[in-house]
Design a protein around this ligand. Sequence first.
Ligand code: PMP
Length: 448
Amino acid sequence: MDQHIEAQGDDRQLNVEPYWLPFTANRHFKADPSPRILVSAKGAYYRTAEGHELFDSLSGLWCCPIGHGHPRIVEALTRQAQTLDYCTAFQMSNPVTLRLAERIADMAPEGLDHVFFANSGSESVDTALKIALGYHRLRGEAGRFRMIGREKGYHGVGFGGMSVGGMVANRKMFATAMIPGVDHLRHTHDYAEMAFSKGQPEWGGHLADDLERLVALHDAATIAAVIVEPVQGSAGVIVPPVGYLQRLREICTKHGILLIFDEVITGFGRMGAPFAAQRFDVIPDMITFAKGITNGIVPMGGVIVRKDIYETFMQGPAAAVELFHGYTYSGHPLAAAVAHATLDVMEEEDLFGRVRELEGVLEGAVHDLRSETGLRDIRNIGLTAAIDLEPRPEPGARARAIFERGLREGILLRFTGDTIAMGPPFISTPDEIRRMVEMLRGLIRAER
Ligand code: PMP
């Protein structure tokens, strides 16, 4: 295992109080006599304040595919900080960001060839929704204002992303603040028909016809865009049934509705291809990305846009700003430099090819858990997998116990509700993948 660089000071004497942690039960976290603190990371492992090594089974938060402390990233970051540490993206640009836009466009599916930069998945989603609205307006179809999301979808926490998102808990507190005109497709997960499927479920392609129901209900002339994650990540690796995404594409094309793939998790190799669009052979009109593009080291996100959508904006009056939208940190040179380093490593080490190899290892290992007691479903695709536990003794309790025991036994797991999700770094070895799943087996047995 690689050497960790020791963190400074005594990390067990920290004041946790002033910090309001996101998506966390703060009172529970702060009441813990030894709160969960990570102090260093190297490769596929974190180290805690108590000195325990933890296997990083979710690549940070799905965002660190080439592992932690990568020397190429450290070098790129340092060099860029010494060269050009900031450059506004308003009215000017810089070499590293320009080259990154070109590079991302080259990796994207045919026809998607312009890149707008943001700083997170949430910002990328809101940007894509705005581009959809602007596009229709410029084409004289301002009546197309509706957005269609999907149940269980996660598109970040901006008002747009929250509204098209389908995570009930994330919506409840803000129910009065949703953007207008949003509806949701039904989700595609069905325990009766597809539990324990390997890869894409054979059953369920027809569920895409739910979009025709919404088109009939709202009238196509009012619908701007459909946004889906090709594989629903945060909901727990819900894999699209065979034919489902193709059908969504057909229906959107038929009715002049833009199709947006939110590839914040699936983009940049997690599916063994640059984007899930290529893996599933369905080309959307826009792709949102974030996370893996910079290996999670510096925030960056963005939207890749189809040529004629971009051209529609460019056909306005010559001197005008075409899109009144952007961020102080759009296309940040430090993030762009780190993105290049990340993509260099992915290319040089053929990490997308490696994901395709590891997919088989992960699939074999996780489905081998099927005989364990109290499991409701196991799913996998690319270098992602999830298991659903029976919601006993009470919803979420067993998954939390497994997560907490995992921290004591050397693995950082991700759980939401009764689902445990995995998305290990692409640099993991086959043995590490098998060991990760065997650790999980031990935890499942220990926490019955
Ligand atoms: N979209 C998807 C598909 C995501 O998985 C996430 C984050 N998990 C987001 C958007 C939001 O990204 P961020 O947290 O960077 O705003």
